[in-house]
Ligand binder design. Structure first.
Ligand SMILES: O=C(O)[C@@H](CO)OP(=O)(O)O
Ligand SMILES: [Mg+2]
Length: 400
């Protein structure tokens, strides 16, 4: 039987050294699932609410755990509906999206365990297809993830021509290493940001040169196409009072920002641009998508926050052609799947993503394969990032 007999919650460390929530779900027949909540730094204004870990655990123990015991672990919709009912708010502010997402993911793993199936197959079904996501590798970054580095939050290698997921993963690691060489040649010292990307104290313009050079070198070495992309995280740059995007001493109006990003897509043949504009500006997103959406992905992260209502608004406005999916932005796997489904039905690509604060949890690797996502964004190096990448390699190798 797959009935849940026990849900336990504990406080563990995330990659920034902050406390986060880990959940264990046990079933009657001995099925077991464990998962942990990640945590963002450049969080969207409309995300589900993360409570301090201790508080979230106490509230979830009191309100959610009693409702979960007795449910079928494999029936993800019921588990997630019980979490929503236990919380009773729209944004999980009563029990915390951190406990909710940890329990939701742990229940899915317990459900898979009972079936003896890998998680990606439990979630994606027998006919999920043979595709694998292209890993987007953060190789240079700044913004909220490294304050003294670039204004643009992430420069992402995109090995779109890789013949296998394994070659793609290693290509990203090679670009990360090549960036270090290029910076070294230029005499630029660089620490690493929260996601393991290099965080050099250089201008965005110089970062483009560095990343382009590193990508070109590795492309030549591996013999397949590597492009690159960005997470501008523009909501963090936008100043409501000045109605402008602030890049240190420089500012750009919304029209200038659209012009700037369209120019970057053109000049660097960018494969992917996430959050190029403020999270409240569907109109500006639509304008940019109209201009360059035929040759690049314009992806909404803070814009959509994995929320179907916000996605619907975006679809009506023509605001983007892809959506970033972060289960903890919305609180359950069912909600994340609903967002992917709505996006797919409307011809949009899905990109499954980690957070800047992470654990060794590998659920998103399975989620990306299960949903047939075009891309997965999960960093390049560092244990909490390679945990997901190595799991992808194992999934491709049928070894999970
Ligand atoms: O903006 C993002 O896409 C994420 C992950 O890269 O960062 P954070 O988790 O800090 O929101
Ligand atoms: Mg983002």
């Amino acid at each position: 039987m797959t009935r849940i007999t026990n849900v336990s919650l504990r406080r563990i460390l995330d990659s920034r050294g902050n406390p986060t929530v880990e959940a264990d779900v046990l079933t009657e027949s001995g099925g077991f699932g464990r998962a942990a909540a990640p945590s963002g730094a450049s969080t969207g204004e409309f995300e589900a609410i993360e409570l301090p870990a201790e508080e979230s655990i106490a509230k979830a123990r009191e309100r959610a755990v009693p409702r979960l015991e007795g449910l079928f672990a494999g029936d993800q919709r019921s588990v997630d509906a019980a979490l929503r009912a236990a919380d009773g708010t729209d944004d999980f502010s009563a029990i915390g999206a951190n406990s909710a997402v940890a329990i939701s993911m742990a229940a899915a793993k317990a459900g898979a365990d009972v079936l003896g199936a890998p998680l990606y197959q439990h979630l994606g079904g027998a006919f999920r297809g043979e595709n694998f996501p292209v890993p987007l590798g953060n190789v240079v970054g700044g913004g909220e993830h490294a304050k003294e580095a670039t204004h643009i939050q992430e420069f992402l290698a995109a090995p779109v021509g890789a013949p296998s997921v394994s070659e793609a993963v290693f290509a990203n690691a090679a670009v990360h290493a090549a960036v270090a060489d290029v910076l070294d040649q230029r005499g630029v010292p660089a620490a690493k940001g929260d996601e393991g990307a290099w965080a050099p104290p250089i201008s965005d313009a110089e970062a483009f040169e560095v990343v382009e050079e590193a990508v070109d070198r590795v492309e030549e070495e591996v013999g397949f196409e590597i492009r690159f992309g960005l997470d501008v995280a523009a909501a963090e740059l936008y100043d409501d009072d000045r109605e402008a995007y602030v890049y240190g001493d420089e500012t750009r109006s919304t029209d200038e920002q659209i012009e700037y990003v369209a120019g970057l897509v053109e000049e660097y043949d960018l494969a992917y641009v996430e959050d190029p504009l403020d999270e409240n500006d569907y109109g500006a997103f639509a304008e940019l998508t109209d201009r360059v959406g035929d040759r690049t992905l314009i992806c909404g992260d803070d814009l959509f926050v994995t929320n179907v209502d916000r996605l619907r608004e975006g679809i009506d406005a023509g605001a983007a052609n892809s959506i970033l999916i972060k289960p903890n932005q919305i609180g359950t796997l069912s909600d994340a799947f609903d967002a992917v489904e709505l996006a797919t039905r409307n011809g949009m690509e899905s990109v499954i993503s980690h957070r800047s604060g992470e654990t060794e949890d590998t659920t998103i690797a399975h989620l990306a394969v299960a949903t047939d996502a075009a891309y997965i964004k999960t960093g390049t190096v560092g244990g909490e990032r390679t945990a997901k990448l190595n799991e992808l390699v194992r999934i491709a190798d049928d070894a999970v």
